[in-house]
Design a protein around this ligand. Sequence first.
Ligand code: HEC
Length: 100
Amino acid sequence: MKKIIIGALILSTAVFAIQSEDQYKHCVVCHGKQGELVAIKSSPKLSSLSEEELSMRLKKILDGSTSLSKNYVGMHRTKLKNLAPEDTEKFAKYIVELKK
Ligand code: HEC
């Protein structure tokens, strides 16, 4: 039983990594392969944010309470449409770890 649970956990982590990779593909052009770029001279470097900070900012984009300028909110929400609010922590962790 224990083995099955551990196996399922490893599998779900692996699946999530693939989803994150897929998700982040939509961000690379502006934020850089490792989140190292200042997009359009105005974004924070995603990789310089803490996991918690990035996760919070992603959540705010999803729920609309973000301070991001209006022009960019819609675009980000379209690109993040497959990200569930409960997965923002894992996605933030994925992005922050890209630079390692
Ligand atoms: C077309 C370029 C572009 C793409 C593609 C893009 N971003 Fe951004 N992003 C920006 C810009 C520009 C800003 C800063 C906007 C501003 O200053 O209001 C920004 C800001 C952010 C912020 C900071 C929000 C805040 O509250 O400070 C986060 C987090 C973010 N982007 C994540 C992402 C993620 C994740 C993706 C991919 C799903 C993505 N972006 C795709 C250009 C882009």
